[in-house]
Design a protein around this ligand. Sequence first.
Ligand code: G
Ligand code: G
Ligand code: MN
Ligand code: NA
Length: 254
Amino acid sequence: LALENRLRQALNRNEFQLYYQPLARLDNGKVVGAEALLRWLPKDGQSVGPAEFIPLLEDSGLIVPIGQWVLEQACEQAQRWLQAGFKLQTMAVNISPAQLKLAPVLRQVQHTLANSGLPADILELEVTESGLLENSRKTLAVLNNLRGLGVRIAVDDFGTGYSSLAYLSQLPLDKLKIDRSFVMRLHESPRDASIVRAIIAMANELGLHILAEGVESAEQAQHLSGLGAQLFQGFWLSPAIPAECFAEQFLSRQ
Ligand code: G
Ligand code: G
Ligand code: MN
Ligand code: NA
């Protein structure tokens, strides 16, 4: 509870910050986008990782105002970069299942795009499989409406949910992000390589883009490229870093 109270104050105290991890092409290494990742840097006390505080935000409902803040910050940042002449195709923002359920996501996204001026097709919302499956009829409507705005939808941590694949044919999706657990085991497990190959083949047939998460080595990148993946992110290229560092290291004007 102490932690929840501290989280309650954190927004007003400007203790949240977004870091950005580059999304890049496997064939030429070019950075094409960024994933916004929330960081909490308390002014007093120890820093707490998102794996610990995101569930608390969800359970307390604080994910609604803070999720709105994340969306605004990420869209404003992307638009500033575009206006500065930087090339950026994608700004990815995580939306938790609780947000899909509790927050007026469609209205939030609509307002945020209008206020920031960011073109809708730059914004990509990352939703986990479990988020897609809860209350599927409502989810379908929300996703269709978001798609109607021009926003793209990515499935985060793909392959880790205990779900049927039926939703893939029913929901308006643009990208599958292959969970890093598969990538991690690629070199030692031919069976995981088979699964990744099959996911990529399926994605190709369904017209979905593929991004491999958690790429930590050149060997993994090469392997994934050979299996037909197009995009990746991971520590091999960079962890999530502050906006200024991201622009300096990864954005170019040409
Ligand atoms: O990259 P990192 O270790 O910081 O992220 C840990 C977890 O927290 C990941 O599952 C990630 O999706 C989630 N996460 C990070 N930032 C956000 C955010 O802004 N909103 C939501 N809903 N989840 C986030
Ligand atoms: O669930 P989601 O994909 O949004 O989670 C992103 C999380 O993954 C962040 O916490 C981020 O720090 C972490 N991450 C990003 N790249 C790598 C990587 O190459 N290896 C590992 N272990 N974690 C990564
Ligand atoms: Mn994500
Ligand atoms: Na993921």
